[in-house]
Design a protein around this ligand. Structure first.
Ligand code: SF4
Length: 703
């Protein structure tokens, strides 16, 4: 009937790694109303402020709607020809090291899969990295060191059955709000204790039973102290350690050297001894503990060690893989996990395989790949430095804005000018990256138009389904990749007609020659027909052939993905907090705010979201503000060795002395002098390559 309201489409929120289910009902004006999906197991109908405002972000204002080459609107055929020509020329003249693709945790798994297959299998280049490198690559590396694979052992339900939740470097109240609501409901319902470990007194810390405002960067010392305490208190699960782990004695030895007791730990971390003792005691006597960690742990020069210091405590107590207990990495983006699954990182191949000879050969055979990359490629920071040195000639950026979001963003933006062929696939016409001289601009389908899958923080694969027609000439990213692949002579391997075919190939690869020795296996999804794929319900992996298992946990009885099946405790050497520098006496910490997402290309369209915190700001402690002559509500000029920004001052009770905080969202497009990425140093963890975005030396002065 003409006046009947269309049925809602079940899809997934495009923002954070919680992965909430959304019911979207298109209206007759090109928009939609949204509601939480009561049947989705990640949110059971709840949405946070960002998710509930999705309907306000669908306007076409600012969209890139037509392909462009050299600033002129062209047909898709011409744009794809130009992209293929640019990559072919770089390959033929300079070889596979001269090409790269930089992806995004906003992409769907199928987009990621297509990009990874083309570059690593058919163009011979592992220069395939993603903005997830900036987000959780330290957790990936920590998982691999400890478990032998990038596995999140638990599920969201564990947060509701735990008796103690420890949040480390995570402002979940703002950054994973629906999951945080589930934690608060558990606190109200069963008295779950919440401990927050964070230098800042965040919204999450406000609600905690105990807040440990440790000195920035000292998380590994705190968890070393905890391991030593657990041993002294007789809380080690000797049987689990003996049966399922290696490295316990060495890890404990190092922990005892670094932080032998609560007093020494308190000193190393700049905390009150009584608070440290209270945390240690609570952790020791509570069997059901989940430790959640996020960017405050990952975005660090020693992020991987911090992750392993946390994992050590769970492995030593056998508190892993059982109901209500385990370590839990909270991913930032909607598809940070899905990107990892297809190998969207320069140091991974596909389906969680690495670049060992056996895996390279296995993937080569599966793809019938003519030009298989055999070694790791360049990670994000190194990739853009190679561009700046002129070593990379052709780059494709897809669904991300590195000219604003990479550390030393001004240098990253300047580097882009060196490229011979610079392709950007984007929703928006004028991001910092598009306007940094992109030669070929490809209009990408956006949320609401795209079709595919994403994987959230608890390994749950959900469908993103379209409910709007792509506007103008916008097309899916996997399609654009397949079109360029065909033009480069690989039509047969990229002959997918539907996104479901891409997904089935990805699922089949996960099961190929996988006898259970690898963690990621979704073979049960490899045989879905089109109708089944369209109707796919949220499912956690692993989902091997022979029956989809739901609500799985890993490692309660060992079964790690190392050669000997045992976990590795890592002997972590905690680093002291770095001394203040004379010229730059503060440490600049960057992060998200509650109601904005990344560089605001979507959330910036909602006036309601803008009303929470409407402008860029610099948070500073009461004492530091007084010392620098800064007034609350005035302006400050913050500088680092790499850049400067002018920001509104917010003097905050409970802000740590010697530290500054600024949000990451405002860019050249929205506030020309508030591109905080331009200030951030490009130093990174040597194992994960994840940049330290939490402690850039900085100075501040009144304007
Ligand atoms: Fe979206 Fe995350 Fe909010 Fe859920 S919690 S609605 S996934 S932003």
């Amino acid at each position: 009937a003409p006046n009947q309201t269309p049925a809602p489409t079940a899809t997934t929120c495009p923002y954070c790694g919680v992965g909430c289910g959304v019911l979207a009902t298109p209206d007759r004006l090109g928009g939609a109303t949204v509601a939480g999906d009561p049947d989705h197991p990640s949110n059971f109908g709840r949405l946070c402020s960002k998710g509930s405002a999705l309907g306000e972000t669908l306007a076409l204002e600012g969209r890139l709607l037509h392909p462009e080459v050299a600033g002129r609107r062209v047909a898709w055929e011409a744009a794809l020809d130009a992209a293929a020509k640019g990559f072919r020329k770089a390959l033929e003249t300079h070889g596979p090291r001269s090409i790269a693709i930089y992806l995004s945790g906003q992409l769907l798994t199928e987009d990621y899969y297509a990009a990874n297959k083309l570059f690593k299998g058919f163009l011979g280049s592992a220069n395939v990295d993603t903005n997830s490198r900036l987000c959780m690559s330290s957790s990936v590396a920590g998982h691999k060191r400890a478990f032998g694979a990038d596995t999140v052992p638990g599920t969201y339900r564990d947060l509701e059955t735990a008796d103690l939740l420890v949040l480390v470097g995570s402002n979940a109240a703002w950054c994973h709000p629906v999951l945080y609501q589930r934690m608060l409901a558990a606190k109200a319902g069963r008295g779950t204790k919440i401990v927050v470990i964070d230098p800042r007194r965040t919204a999450t810390a406000e609600e905690a039973d105990l807040h440990l405002p440790l000195a920035g960067g000292t998380d590994a010392a705190l968890f070393a102290g905890l391991l030593a305490y657990l041993a002294a208190a007789g809380r080690i699960d000797e049987a689990y350690v003996a049966a399922h782990t290696n490295g316990f004695d060495a890890a404990l030895g190092k922990a005892r050297e670094a932080a032998p007791d609560a007093g020494a730990t308190a000193e190393a971390c700049g905390l009150a001894k009584a608070d440290v003792a209270a945390f240690f005691d609570l952790f020791a006597k509570t069997e059901r503990v989940v430790t959640l960690y996020s960017q405050g742990v990952n975005q660090s020069l020693a992020g991987v060690d911090k992750v392993n210091a946390i994992l050590n405590c769970h492995l030593a107590t056998g508190r892993i893989g059982r109901e209500g207990m385990g370590p839990f990495s909270l991913t930032g983006q909607p598809n940070a996990m899905g990107g990892r699954e297809v190998g969207g990182l320069a140091n991974q191949l596909a389906a969680h395989m690495g670049f060992d000879a056996e895996s390279v050969d296995r993937v080569r055979r599966f793809w019938s790949a003519p030009r298989m990359a055999k070694a790791e490629g360049l990670k994000a920071v190194d990739m853009f430095e190679a561009i700046g040195r002129g070593e990379i000639k052709a780059l494709w950026v897809m669904g991300t804005n590195p000219a604003a979001s990479l550390p030393r963003a001004d240098e990253a933006r300047a580097a882009l000018a060196k490229l011979d062929c610079f392709v950007v696939s984007e929703n928006m016409a004028s991001t910092d990256t598009v306007t940094a001289g992109a030669h070929i601009r490809l209009p990408a389908a956006a949320w609401g138009e795209k079709d595919g899958t994403v994987t959230n923080s608890e390994r749950r694969i959900s469908r993103q389904r379209p409910f709007l027609a792509p506007p103008g000439q916008a097309r899916p990213d996997w399609w654009a990749i397949a079109q360029v692949a065909r033009r480069l002579g690989h039509g047969e391997a990229f002959a997918w007609r539907t996104v479901g075919e891409v997904f089935r190939e990805h699922a089949a690869l996960s099961a190929f020659e996988n006898d259970g020795a690898r963690d990621f296996d979704i073979g049960a999804l490899a045989d879905l027909d089109t109708r089944d794929y369209d109707r796919l319900q949220p499912v956690q992996w692993p989902a091997p052939r022979g029956g989809v298992r739901r609500e799985t946990r890993f490692f309660a009885k060992g079964g790690f993905f190392t050669a000997d099946g045992r976990a590795r405790l890592v002997a972590v050497e905690p680093q002291p907090a770095p001394p203040a520098e004379t010229a730059y006496p503060y440490r600049l910490n960057t992060g998200r705010i509650r109601d904005q997402w990344h560089t605001m290309t979507r959330t910036g369209k909602s006036p309601r979201l803008a009303s929470h915190l409407p402008e860029p700001f610099l948070e500073i402690s009461v004492g530091d503000a007084a010392r620098e002559g800064l007034l609350d509500g005035g302006f400050a000029r913050v500088t680092s060795a790499h850049g400067a920004a002018t920001l509104r001052v917010r003097v905050a009770e409970g802000a740590p002395s010697g530290a500054l905080f600024a949000p990451i969202h405002w860019t050249g497009e929205t506030a020309s002098d508030a591109r905080v990425g331009a200030l951030v140093h490009a130093l990174y963890d040597p194992i994960s390559g994840q940049p330290d975005a939490k402690a850039t030396p900085a100075a501040v002065a009144p304007v």
